[in-house]
Design a protein around this ligand. Structure first.
Ligand code: HEC
Length: 151
């Protein structure tokens, strides 16, 4: 009898813990729910492969840009700005390598604004107008230029 009670209580605790873990898991994935699954997968792969840039050296304006970049751009352009992650390698033409001075020659701030707003026709680069505000576009450009183009 005692043994059975013990078993029931243990089972009860295990089940309630299980339910809690279940709901926590759901919550932590909620923010990624609206992202197509392969993007989510790529983000997870990236985390192990690349070293994210430390944000201690950035101003609040640029740190905001870093958040925007990591949320919206990194799955194609890679966390380290090279475009050489699971997805970037497969996209043709490849996302530009922001850390390569040759590939970024002529990539002025003004050109970046236009490319980000309107996208790049005939490539995978989407248009962000209406998704990112003008200020967010400025912030993400400031981050790309500072962290990857070293300007
Ligand atoms: C679905 C993949 C994808 C996503 C997401 C993406 N890009 Fe791109 N991006 C590309 C590709 C591919 C190119 C190369 C286009 C080309 O060769 O003209 C590119 C090019 C660019 C360029 C250079 C454009 C030029 O004028 O040469 C900038 C700047 C840029 N992306 C910024 C961003 C920013 C900022 C974000 C996030 C807000 C972003 N991209 C999200 C795929 C992507």
């Amino acid at each position: 009898m005692k043994k059975r009670e013990f078993l029931i209580i243990t089972l009860g605790i295990a089940m309630s813990l299980g339910i809690e873990w279940g709901s926590e898991k759901k919550e932590s994935h909620a923010s990624e729910e609206n992202r197509p699954q392969f993007f989510t997968l790529a983000m997870h792969q990236q985390k192990g492969e690349e070293k994210p840039v430390s944000d201690l050296v950035f101003s609040p304006f640029i740190r905001q840009g870093k958040l925007i970049y990591e949320k919206n751009c990194a799955y194609c352009h890679a966390l380290d700005g090279t475009g050489q992650n699971a997805i970037g390698q497969f996209i043709l033409p490849h996302p530009r390598n922001f850390t390569d001075p040759v590939e970024t020659r002529g990539l002025t701030e003004a050109r970046m604004v236009t490319s980000i707003r309107e996208g790049r026709e005939g490539t995978a680069m989407p248009a962000w107008e209406g998704i990112l505000s003008e200020e967010e576009i400025r912030q993400v450009i400031a981050y790309i230029r500072k962290a990857f183009m070293k300007q």
